[in-house]
Design a protein around this ligand. Structure first.
Ligand code: ADP
Ligand code: MG
Length: 394
């Protein structure tokens, strides 16, 4: 177990906390502040406990150069509104300079300041020790609460811990608790549902989960690579050619391990990749050559729902179909609903799966929705994330 902000004395200390404020924007306006809100519990705790709080984050990909398109200034404003108190924005093209150091030195207990985008510095993504040292010099303790970037060993996510005591914030604590427990210590039956476009993206996750689960359910575009592996024709469906052999070996390994591996028994096909396209429902081994699989079919939905009903733990990553198009969202919606109704521990990982669940208004029915796309996948792969590895053990 990693130490959290609750395990240390923060009163009167200067804390430098890495958050994930990488929010979507349109013309300088933040269009979704979920990530800022997700950081509030840790920030509010630090304020209440009398720490002086210095925050840092990246935003977009400024590629190691100052670029005002990616300034964190709008985040300082939004954060100030959400906290109901001033957030000092330490504007600097190099993130840390004499003026920023002076601001940090005079920062008092209960005050909050935000540094400029850490990716304005080339050293950030290279985990350059000079930059990590500069960041560390501003504070007494490092808090990592940016789960979304915890799979990257950058100066602000890992390097800074070489120079300061390091603990986790509440967001990382929660992610580790739910994702970690689900995979290492699941209540059984443990069901994993994998979907999304390509098998190739998820090989390591499937391989790792195959060692842990009782049932592995496959949906989404990756199903057709499994069909190919079984010798079915898949029309114009999305195919991950390089992964056909891998799909074969996964089918074989599942059988050897006694894991129930389910692939869709029927398919909702379309003539074209668009919402208004002509459609047809067919069995898995009967796909027309001029159509593509866009969603799981009704028989598959029923089959998968039954499996979910029996489960005690469900980890879901990847939509069951092209859910962005209304006519092909049913499989994903029905699976999401079944998870919402289930008594099981339900964990959603992956950016698009989380977005789907939000879009359906079912987010509060799930046990945990991971805030990190890539990071949650690497966690499910069983990898140790660098931004978590550097934190002190309890
Ligand atoms: P996540 O972000 O949850 O890990 P992925 O990024 O792996 O999920 O996959 C999401 C994408 O997969 C969605 O954009 C969805 O449209 C696409 N997808 C799902 N099913 C199909 C399909 N049958 N054909 C093409 N694309 C699909
Ligand atoms: Mg995605």
């Amino acid at each position: 177990m990693k130490k959290t902000v609750k395990d240390i004395d923060v009163r009167g200390k200067k804390i430098i906390a890495r958050c994930d404020f990488n929010v979507p924007q349109k013309e300088g306006e933040i269009t979704d502040d979920t990530r800022i809100r997700a950081a509030l519990p840790t920030i509010e705790y630090l304020i209440e406990e009398g720490a002086a709080v210095i925050l840092m984050s990246h935003l977009g990909r400024p590629e190691g150069e100052p670029n005002m398109k990616y300034t964190l200034k709008p985040v300082a404003k939004r954060l100030s509104e959400l906290l109901g108190k001033e957030v000092i924005f330490a504007e600097s093209p190099v993130v840390v300079d004499d003026d920023v150091r002076a601001k940090a030195t005079s920062l008092k207990a209960g005050e909050v300041m935000l540094l400029e985008n850490v990716r304005f510095r080339k050293e950030e993504t290279k985990n350059g020790p000079e930059f990590a040292k500069e960041l560390a010099s501003l504070a007494d303790i490092f808090v990592n609460d940016a789960f979304g970037t915890a799979h990257r060993a950058h100066a602000s996510t890992a390097g800074v811990a070489d120079y300061l005591p390091a603990v986790s914030g509440f967001l990382i604590e929660k992610e580790v608790k739910f994702l970690g427990n689900a995979v290492e210590n699941p209540k059984r039956p443990f069901v994993a549902i994998m979907g999304g476009a390509k098998v190739g993206d998820k090989i390591s996750v499937i391989e790792n989960l195959l060692k842990k689960v009782d049932t592995l359910i496959i949906g989404g575009g990756m199903a057709y690579t499994f069909y190919k592996a079984l010798g079915y024709e898949i029309g114009t469906s999305i195919l991950d050619k390089d992964s056909i052999d891998l799909a074969k070996s996964l089918l074989k390994r599942a059988e050897e391990k006694g894991v129930k591996l389910l692939i869709p028994v029927d398919v909702l096909c379309a003539k074209e990749f668009k919402n208004e396209a002509e459609t047809l429902i067919c069995d898995s081994d009967d796909m027309p050559e001029d159509m593509m699989g866009m969603d799981i079919g009704p028989k598959t939905i029923e089959l998968y729902k039954k499996e979910i009903e029996r489960a005690q733990t469900v980890v879901w990553n990847g939509p069951m179909g092209v859910f962005e198009m209304e006519n092909f969202a049913k499989g994903t919606l029905e699976i999401a609903k079944a998870l919402g109704e289930s008594e099981a521990v339900t964990i959603i990982g992956g950016g698009d799966s989380a977005a789907a669940v939000e879009q359906f208004g079912l987010a509060d029915k799930m046990t945990h929705i991971s805030t990190g796309g890539g990071a949650s996948l690497e966690f499910l792969e069983g990898k140790e994330l660098p931004g978590i590895a550097v934190l002190e053990e309890k």
